[in-house]
Design a protein around this ligand. Structure first.
Ligand SMILES: NC(=O)c1ccc[n+]([C@@H]2O[C@H](COP(=O)([O-])OP(=O)(O)OC[C@H]3O[C@@H](n4cnc5c(N)ncnc54)[C@H](O)[C@@H]3O)[C@@H](O)[C@H]2O)c1
Length: 301
């Protein structure tokens, strides 16, 4: 199937980073489809991310996916054909130093409640659960090995995810964990979302699809690229104490998604780095409000 037609798609966690980009892409590419976005608007959720989208085709419900009665009502009322779940506690430092129970409540219980409600929806054709490469654990730094869909799950923290440092844009040094040699596979959010759209349309029920761009870059290399962009020196890097259980390397083998979904990424960090940094610079007030909501004084990579 190539199009959602007039379908209703429930998007949980759609006010967050990836979810909001997914909704934008879906509504733009499928002009008859309707989205029901359920988001608890935690520190990470921001309704502003959905600004400018057509109210006629986007119903926003502030709510918790772990709320059984709400999810049952929603399914009954909107009769969704598709569902996708982005709702998660996703900040690794909070999971280690903060309230790990919140992670279990949303990521485990919330998903179970959501699945229970959708299972009862006779209208449902397909559901996609968005996960993370970190469920596979860590890879050795100098190896060619990548995670495939059959790799065993070996997570090393309640949630491990690193996000770009907005600090430098405020004239602060970039805080780097440990030696900074941690390697991640970077993917543009638009490419991630196009893979998810295809997973909903073409994915086989019960299958796992790894999504990655084969674009491995270490944190320190990325920080140096930022330094070069801002014409700053190496002295603007602040090495901070390492995070417990910090995974050395993640790399995803996305060949199954490429073949089975007919997907390929269009952006690579080399080219899209400048565009991404400039988006954040242009949207400085959005960044300030997002950091304030998250109570972030320093972001580390
Ligand atoms: N951002 C990444 O680099 C990355 C990498 C791999 C996987 N992922 C996964 O992708 C998904 C989306 O990530 P993101 O970066 O957009 O996250 P995010 O933190 O920006 O957004 C999560 C959204 O979920 C909402 N939410 C949290 N708890 C909720 C609840 N109980 N009920 C309803 N809504 C709730 C938040 O308000 C927020 O809008 C997550 O499942 C995450 O684990 C993200």
């Amino acid at each position: 199937m190539q199009s959602f037609g007039r379908s209703t798609i429930v998007v949980c966690g759609g006010a967050g980073f990836i979810g909001s980009n997914f909704i934008r892409q879906l509504l733009a590419g499928h002009p008859k489809a309707r989205v029901v976005c359920v988001d608890a608007l935690t520190y990470a959720g921001n309704k502003e991310n959905l600004k400018g989208l057509p109210a006629r085709r986007l119903i926003f419900i502030k709510g918790d996916i772990a709320n059984k009665a709400l999810m049952a009502r929603l399914v009954k009322k909107y009769k969704p054909s598709y569902g996708i779940n982005f709702a998660a506690e996703s900040h690794v430092d909070r999971s280690i130093h903060g309230n790990a129970e919140e992670f279990v409540r949303t990521n485990v219980l919330g998903t179970a409640v959501l699945l229970g409600a959708l299972r009862d929806a006779k209208s449902l054709k397909k559901f996609v659960q968005v996960s993370t490469d970190e469920v596979y654990g860590a890879l050795p730094l100098h190896s060619k090995k990548k995670f495939t869909e059959t790799s065993p799950l070996l997570p090393n923290s309640p949630y491990a995810s690193s996000k770009a440092a907005a600090d430098l844009m405020e004239g602060k040094p970039i805080a780097i964990y440990g030696d900074g040699l941690y390697v991640r596979d970077w993917i543009h959010v638009d490419d991630h979302c196009s893979a998810l759209v295809l997973a909903l349309l073409r994915g086989e029920p019960g299958e796992v699809y790894n999504i990655g761009a084969d674009d491995e870059v270490s944190n320190i290399a990325l920080a140096r690229r930022m330094l070069a962009y801002f014409k700053k020196s190496e002295s603007d890097v602040l090495y901070v104490k390492d995070r417990p259980g910090h995974d050395r390397r993640y790399a995803i083998d996305a060949s199954k998604a490429r073949k089975a979904l007919g997907w390929k990424p269009r952006h690579y960090l080399n080219k899209s780095f400048k565009m991404t940094v400039e988006w954040y610079l242009k949207n400085g007030s959005w960044v300030k409000r997002a950091l304030k909501r998250a109570g972030v004084a320093n972001a580390h990579i």
